[in-house]
Write a protein that binds this ligand. Structure first.
Ligand SMILES: [Mn+2]
Length: 492
């Protein structure tokens, strides 16, 4: 009992000592920790100061670039020239991305016939960017009813990039509908399209650019128009995929393709009165005087009845004018279908390489078109600054017999009819001088010419005063008659 009591008494003391030491230990640890923190923060401060000093000596970006780091902006710039748009970003975006359905509201409710013709979609490309080409193909595969899509034909116009050879064959082999044709030498867009059309098995040909994205329900409204009338040539509304950030952007309603002198393609809104007069809604087909050329559907048989494209046209340029005049003047119609929408990457610079001089190729093509289709209005084409093309010794436009024969055989209407009925808001004044009054100074040292209309020049014959009348002669720069009109694409 005594022992137990003793223990009880000393136990209290022991417990007190124990608790006191624990408290002391805790205090001690706290103090130690605080002092360590002090040291740490001191060290940290010193380190920051040291690093700042270092950064001042060597700029950070340079260090990072040396270490292989590249800012995205630098990567974008580096890869821009591969396609003249943001190739870097295109490669980062899924090849089957979703895009906003931009159709006018009523389009989704539109019904189409259930026995529409099938189509072959033809893409021609040369050195197209991998991700953009794939996105174009996937958008067709994903957004076209399978029974309407006969096949997709990829025409490789002699690309130089290795990834468009075996890797493309391998990738596309997983899609039985995709066929690839390889041209053995560079043919240009026009002949590449003809090569694609020649093997197409669908009843309708649908030509598309290789840097596009077809939108929801794009195909049915096009085929419906061909179904209703095989001579209708429908084009989708071409929307804009930004070349900078790849975003999908809407375009204005009621836009149609037109031309300005000297046969320059452009867009123009339908006149307000026309929309009111015809009670048009935003979903109605729009009569289109000239197609942009890149995207359209056409009945295959009708395409060949029209002689396809003039095979004498070279590479690229003017072929949209040729087929447009031909369709309208020979009984067909070109329409823009607002319920069909396709996004297209518009590039600031055309990366399309021409085997020969670009300017000369396009001009030569345009002369062929003007000579075959423009009748007396070809004067307006030459008169808007293309006089030099009249010199056939300098420019060989090739043989036109077949094209002129074709126009006769198809009993096509005149260009005057086209202007009056298809493009009545076009300004095409056929004013023409038969003579130019020239002032002769200092024995033919130079000539100053004044253009006068036929009615004016007889009164202006003033030989005695040094003026003389000379017939117009387009081969001589000083005796050329220039046209000027409000529908001129030329500045000034
Ligand atoms: Mn294009």
């Amino acid at each position: 009992m005594k022992v137990r009591r003793y223990l009880r008494g000393s136990g209290r003391v022991l417990a007190f000592v124990f608790i006191a030491s624990v408290i002391w230990l805790l205090f001690d640890m706290a103090a130690l920790r605080m002092s360590l923190n002090d040291v740490n923060s001191q060290l940290l401060k010193e380190r920051v100061i040291r690093e700042r000093e270092l950064l001042k000596q060597k700029p950070r970006v340079t260090e990072l670039v040396k270490g292989g780091f590249k800012h995205p902006v630098q990567r974008v710039r580096k890869r821009w020239d591969e396609g003249h748009f943001n190739v870097y970003l295109s490669d980062k975006i899924p090849v089957d991305r979703a895009i906003p359905d931009t159709r006018p509201e009523m389009c989704a409710q539109n019904l189409v016939h259930d026995d529409l013709p099938s189509t072959s979609v033809i893409f021609c490309f040369v050195d197209e960017v991998w991700s953009t080409l794939l996105r174009s193909v996937h958008s067709v595969l994903n957004r076209s009813p399978p029974h309407l899509l006969k096949e997709i034909i990829l025409v490789d116009d002699f690309s130089t990039k290795d990834y468009l050879k075996e890797p493309l064959d391998k990738y596309m082999s997983q899609f039985p509908k995709v066929k690839i044709i390889r041209l053995k030498e560079r043919q240009g867009l026009i002949r590449a399209r003809l090569a694609g059309a020649a093997v197409a098995k669908g009843e309708v040909l649908t030509f598309l650019d290789s840097h596009i994205e077809c939108n929801v329900g794009w195909l049915e409204p096009l085929l419906e128009r061909v179904y209703l009338d095989r001579k209708k040539v429908p084009c989708p509304v071409i929307e804009v995929i930004s070349d900078k950030d790849m975003s999908y952007m809407l375009v204005d309603n009621f836009q149609r393709g037109v031309f300005k002198w000297p046969l320059v393609f452009g867009w123009s809104a339908l006149p307000e009165e026309y929309i009111k007069k015809h009670n048009m809604t935003v979903a109605d087909p729009i009569r289109c005087p000239v197609m942009a050329g890149g995207l359209f559907s056409i009945d295959k048989k009708y395409f060949y009845e029209l002689g396809a494209y003039d095979p004498g046209l070279d590479v690229w340029g003017g072929e949209n004018m040729e087929i447009s005049f031909k369709i309208w003047m020979c009984g067909g119609e070109i329409e823009i279908i607002p319920c069909s929408r396709v996004g297209h990457i518009f590039r600031g610079q055309n990366p399309y390489k021409f085997p020969k001089d670009r300017q000369k190729t396009v001009e030569r093509n345009l002369v062929r078109v003007a000579e075959v289709w423009l009748d007396e209005y070809k004067d307006l084409f030459y008169g808007h600054g293309y006089h030099h093309l009249l010199d056939r010794k300098a420019i060989d436009i090739g043989n036109l017999t077949e094209q002129i024969e074709l126009r006769k055989r198809l009993k096509c209407k005149s260009f005057k009819w086209y202007l009056e009925n298809v493009y009545p808001d076009m300004d095409a004044p056929l004013a023409k001088a038969e003579g130019l009054v020239c002032e002769q100074l200092q024995q033919l040292v130079f000539l100053v010419c004044f253009c006068l209309l036929q009615s004016q020049y007889s009164a202006s014959l003033l030989h005695d005063s040094g003026f003389g009348l000379q017939p117009c002669d387009n081969t001589k720069p000083e005796l050329r008659w220039f046209h000027k009109s409000s529908n001129s694409a030329l500045v000034g």
